[in-house]
Design a binder for this molecule. Structure first.
Ligand code: SAM
Length: 214
């Protein structure tokens, strides 16, 4: 099963919902999302919805992936940190946009599975198991940081690890519903834009929610 028609239809849905970045649309039109979801959901892989990936976690809705990636305004060769590897889908999208990707996931079985996917696709993506709410200081600063789980506040180390001119997208709110914050750094100055109405699994960690979530 190649799902080419379904993938093209998904891209059309993203356009209709307002995604305009042709690079993001082109790349998402090539990534085989059906390889990133649990087996029972393969036939639903191109619906615009979040789907289970094990460990009670989800692969984000395609619209959310497209919106967050578009908001980062990435250029080829930029260094990007992702917090919340999950299935690896978002990391693959970032890598195929020509970025150098670093990704962190707290559930080790998901890290192991994502690594196999990266290898199969022959993509060089640096990944590690652990708490991404502290960032990845060894490789900082990053041109862009994307957090794919909802936090109570912006984890301070992630702002610190942004390069001058860097962008950070992070969902912030309560455990049920979040705003997407798009933060830009210029020197020591930060500006912030907020977009309502996103829903993510919780970010669990030192600078996030305490464990007790999933
Ligand atoms: N980006 C993923 C993808 O493309 O499949 C979707 C990620 S899912 C919505 C959010 C992920 O964040 C979950 O896999 C969850 O385990 C992970 N997560 C939650 N808190 C984390 C933390 N402090 N550090 C790293 N990963 C975390």
């Amino acid at each position: 099963m190649r799902f080419e028609t379904e993938r093209a239809e998904m891209i059309e849905v993203l356009r209709q919902k307002g995604i305009w970045d042709e690079n993001v649309l082109r790349v998402m039109g090539t990534v085989e999302r059906h390889h990133f979801v649990d087996a029972p959901f393969v036939n639903r892989a191109y619906e615009d919805s979040a789907l289970p990936i094990g460990q009670e976690q989800t692969i984000s809705q395609p619209y959310t992936v497209a919106f967050m990636t578009q908001a980062l305004q990435l250029k080829r060769g930029e260094k990007v940190l992702e917090v919340g590897t999950g299935s690896g889908y978002q990391a693959v999208v970032l890598a195929l946009l020509g970025c150098r990707v670093f990704t962190i996931e707290r559930h080790l079985p998901l890290v192991a599975r994502a690594r196999k996917t990266f290898d199969r696709l022959n993509l060089h993506i640096a990944s590690k198991g652990g708490d991404g709410s502290v960032g990845w200081s060894e490789f900082a600063p990053f041109d862009a940081i994307i957090v794919t789980a909802g936090a109570p506040d912006i984890p301070p180390p992630l702002k610190d690890q942004l390069a001058d001119g860097g962008r950070l997208v992070v969902p912030v709110g309560d455990r049920e519903i979040q705003k997407l914050l798009v933060v830009r750094r210029t020197g020591s100055h930060f500006t912030q834009q907020e977009i309502d109405g996103f829903k993510f699994v919780p970010l669990i960690g030192k600078n996030a929610w305490s464990n007790g979530g999933k």
